[in-house]
Structures are given as structure tokens and as C-alpha cells.
Design a binder for this molecule. Structure first.
Ligand code: 9WN
Length: 463
């Protein structure tokens, strides 16, 4: 395993505290590097995860651009012939017992020159086009342009898969077929849809949970929810990972506002990438516009002024207000009156933008709020990093700066945790977590919140 020989300096002078943060964040990413990818955590997550690689590459762009591109490249080398990019690419040198559900459970056949069991059959949020564009911006030059050229057709194939095979509603939006696909796994946003799935605890006897050996039970999903996760995954696997007739055949088919916001942001990023690689940006702009329109038409609840997930099996919007409802802010073309409503939600007591604590993953005032259990309350850095970008893009530079201060203070105080207690700020889940370290590097490198459409404007020096 090659180690970085020296710590790359930040692009501008940092305070002593931030200098040390820069060094330790670099060390976390270096320790989690494995030949051609970065693991999210050396203890809890010993393989390559899809949307983790996207966030990680943005941090790596500052300290080791070759690794940033390698990480994205190795993920897309595992792309299936149908265009899906697996949610986990397994390191077949890691023992089956080190992560559940591992290669044996998913039982994926050999394909694309890969051996059997090389990945799961699920996907995760398509944050990669955005990441590729951001890596290119942070490490411009011929080598990066060449990487973009190589990745572009693969990124397009992923979008085609999501909008095609997963475009269950035919509206340009993609459906997820498992809470794990959302990346916001245990969010209350899935509670209504999951209530219709039987929790068969026998499955937990047949398949032993590994997460509880490495993390506290009250930080992780309940056994009932875990049994449902296994049932949904097994159903999809037993159907050969087919996406035909999902609403009739499958147990869980949901349109998530966060997932689809990243789908739209990917088209915006692809339009920019297309201009660099000599492709036509117009189809990407058209798709982006369709996605934003459909997110608003289908997932926005004007009465509460929030976005919710939509269960395609019942046709019902979730009643829960979760952080995924704020994600449409990352869309530069979200109508202004709706932006104002979502910002009001972010400012409200439910989420409460303030300098002391970043935005929690779920409504603080709801019965479902749980300060410890992941995605049901704790603070996540990737969600806040995206929201800060969105806020800055829509002209809320003050809010973006506030979130950035809160995130950096939290990590300074508690360390590079996977997530954080939304009241005490204590670190929870895995320590030395890669995307937390990566996005800290990115925030330290940023001299001020970006103003304007993400990706099109220069950084501004406002702090
Ligand atoms: C299942 C790796 C992943 C993240 C997800 C997060 C968690 C896995 C798990 O860890 O999910 O994919 O075992 O709980 O919810 O967002 O990608 O960091």
C-alpha cells in the first residue's frame, strides 16, 4: 500500500489550528487508501462505496489528484453492462465476516471481466458527475481533462440507467429499490414505505448482523428495520436484479428528493463536462430541466413548503420532514419562490441553521427524531457540505458560511467521525471516516462560500 510521502500544503495560509486539521485530514485519507480506492472506514466499511468515492475524490483533489481520479476510475471500472454503478465494490481479499451483507449474500454473477461476487446489485446517489467536475476544477490541466474524457461516457451510462430502467414513473426521476440506495439509509423518510414490508426476524438468525459488533446498537438501525432491509435486498437479488415491473414485483419503490436532486445536479455537471470533452451539452441541460420540473411537480408539498419522498407502490408522499427535503437546494434552476420556502424550512426550529451545530439529518421536533440513530437525527458532513453549496448558489452566502463554520468547529472538537450527535456534537459511528476528512480539506481550501451557480463561478474571498 503506497503512502503519501509528504503532506500537500493548503492552497493558502491557514491558522495553526486549521493547519493541524489539514494534516490530520490528509492522514485519515492516506490511512484509508487501498491500492486503487479509499475505504469509507478501515473498521466498519472495508470495501469501496459508491457515493463515498465521489465525496472522497473532491478532498483528494487537493492533496493527491492522481488518487482522486483513480478512486473514481476504479469505481466506474466496476460498472455493470446495463450502466448501473454498484453501491459497494467488494475487496475480495476482505473476509466475508468483516461486512454484512457481503459478496456471498449479493451473489452477483461474473460480468465486465470481473469475477463473480465483485459487487452488490444496488446503486447509490449519483454524486459522481458533480465530483468529477469538482475534481477537474480543483486540479485543472491536461491530465484531468483526459480523465474527464474517459469518465464521461460512463457517467452518461449511469444517468441513462437511472433515468431509463429506474425511471419507473416515466417523469425523468429515478426510483430507489432499497433504503441503502438512498445513502440516507435509516431515515424516517422510508418509515411509511417500510411499514408495508414484513419484518421477519428469522432472517436475522439466518444472516448475522456484523455492524453491531463494531458499533453501538442504539446508533444503528433496529432489528426490525434490518430484517426489512434484508428482505428487500433478497427479493431484488432473487429477481436477478431485474428492474422490470418494479411496482408490482418489488417491495420498495420510492422517489427520493435527495437522490433525484443529485441526479439533476449530475446533468448540470455533465453539461459542463461535455463542453470540456467536446460533446454536446444541450441534452444534459434538457434533462436537468426535466428533472427539476418533475421534482417540483411530484415531490413538493406546497402546503408544508417541503419536499418529501414518494412511495410509488401507494402513491403517497411521506409525512416526515427529513434532510432529503432540503437537497433540492443544490439545483441551480429550482424556482425562486420554492427556494425561499426550503430556506425557511432549513431556518426553522426543525432544522435550525446556526453557527453552533450543522443541520441534523431529520426534523428535531418530530417524534421520529433520534439523536443517536444514524440518519434519524445525527449530523452528517456530506449533507451539510451539499446544502452549503446550494445555499451559496442561491445567494444565501451568509447561511453557507454559517454551516461551514459549524462543520469545521464540530470536526475540530470531536474528530473525523462518520456522524455526530446533533445536540452534544459527540462523534458517533466510525472514527477516521473518509468523507468527513475529505470535505474538511475542501472547506479549508475554500477561501469563502461560492456565489452563483455551482461550478460556473470563481471562488470569492469573503471571509
Ligand atoms: C450501507 C459507507 C456507507 C454510506 C451510507 C451510510 C452507510 C451502509 C451501512 O455507510 O451505509 O451501504 O452498512 O450502514 O448510510 O450513506 O455510503 O460509508
Amino acid at each position: 500500500m503506497n503512502r503519501l510521502t509528504a503532506v500537500s500544503p493548503a492552497p493558502h495560509p491557514l491558522s495553526e489550528d486549521d493547519e493541524s486539521l489539514w494534516r490530520t485530514a490528509t492522514e485519515v485519507l492516506d490511512a484509508n487508501w487501498r491500492t486503487d480506492h479509499t475505504v469509507p472506514s478501515g473498521t466498519l466499511y472495508p470495501h469501496q462505496w459508491s457515493w463515498d468515492s465521489a465525496f472522497i475524490s473532491i478532498g483528494l483533489a487537493h492533496i493527491a489528484p492522481d488518487r482522486a481520479w483513480r478512486d473514481l476510475r476504479s469505481l466506474f471500472e466496476a460498472q455493470w453492462p446495463d450502466g448501473r454503478v454498484p453501491h459497494i465494490v467488494f475487496d475480495l481479499g476482505v473476509a466475508e465476516r468483516d461486512y454484512f451483507p457481503g459478496p456471498d449474500f449479493w451473489d452477483v454473477p461474473a460480468m465486465s471481466g470481473r469475477p463473480p461476487r465483485f459487487s452488490t446489485g444496488l446503486v447509490q446517489p449519483p454524486a459522481h458527475a458533480l465530483a468529477a467536475w469538482e475534481v477537474y476544477r480543483r486540479a485543472p490541466g491536461d491530465a484531468s481533462a483526459e480523465e474527464l474524457r474517459r469518465l464521461y461516457p460512463r457517467l452518461v451510462a449511469l444517468q441513462d440507467y437511472l433515468i431509463g430502467a429506474r425511471g419507473v414513473s416515466g417523469t425523468g426521476l429515478a426510483s430507489i429499490v432499497h433504503p441503502w440506495e438512498s445513502g440516507l439509509d435509516n431515515s424516517p423518510s422510508w418509515d411509511m414505505a417500510l411499514a408495508n414490508v414484513t419484518a421477519d426476524e428469522d432472517l436475522l438468525i439466518r444472516y448475522e448482523r456484523q455492524d453491531l459488533k463494531r458499533a453501538a446498537a442504539d446508533h444503528r438501525p433496529t432489528n426490525d428495520d434490518y430484517a426489512r432491509y434484508i428482505a428487500i435486498a433478497a427479493t431484488y437479488r432473487n429477481g436477478g436484479y431485474s428492474d422490470a415491473d418494479l411496482v408490482d414485483r418489488h417491495l420498495f419503490v420510492v422517489e427520493c428528493p435527495a437522490y433525484n436532486s443529485l441526479l439533476g445536479a449530475a446533468e448540470h455537471a455533465l453539461a459542463r463536462i461535455a463542453a470540456v470533452v467536446g460533446a454536446d451539452p444541450a441534452p444534459h441541460r434538457d434533462r436537468a430541466a426535466t428533472i427539476t420540473r418533475s421534482i417540483v411537480e411530484r415531490l413538493y408539498d406546497p402546503e408544508s413548503g417541503t419536499f418529501r419522498s414518494l412511495d410509488l407502490k401507494t402513491g403517497r408522499l411521506s409525512t416526515q420532514r427529513c434532510v432529503n427535503g432540503l437537497f433540492p437546494l443544490i439545483l441551480g434552476d429550482l424556482p425562486r419562490d420554492i427556494v425561499a420556502q426550503v430556506v425557511a424550512e432549513a431556518e426553522s426550529a426543525r432544522f435550525g441553521i446556526n453557527e453552533l451545530m450543522p443541520i441534523p439529518s431529520s426534523d428535531r421536533t418530530a417524534d421520529s427524531f433520534d439523536a443517536n440513530r444514524y440518519w434519524r437525527g445525527p449530523v452528517w458532513i456530506n449533507a451539510n457540505w451539499l446544502l452549503a453549496r446550494g445555499l451559496a448558489a442561491h445567494g444565501y452566502a451568509g447561511h453557507a458560511a454559517t454551516l461551514r463554520t459549524a462543520m469545521l468547529d464540530l470536526v475540530r472538537r470531536s474528530g473525523y467521525y462518520e456522524y455526530f450527535h446533533p445536540i452534544t456534537g459527540d462523534g458517533i459511528g466510525a472514527g477516521a471516516f473518509s468523507w468527513t476528512a475529505a470535505l474538511v480539506l475542501d472547506m479549508l481550501a475554500e477561501v469563502g462560500p461560492r456565489i452563483g451557480d455551482p461550478g460556473t463561478t470563481r471562488m470569492s474571498r469573503t471571509r
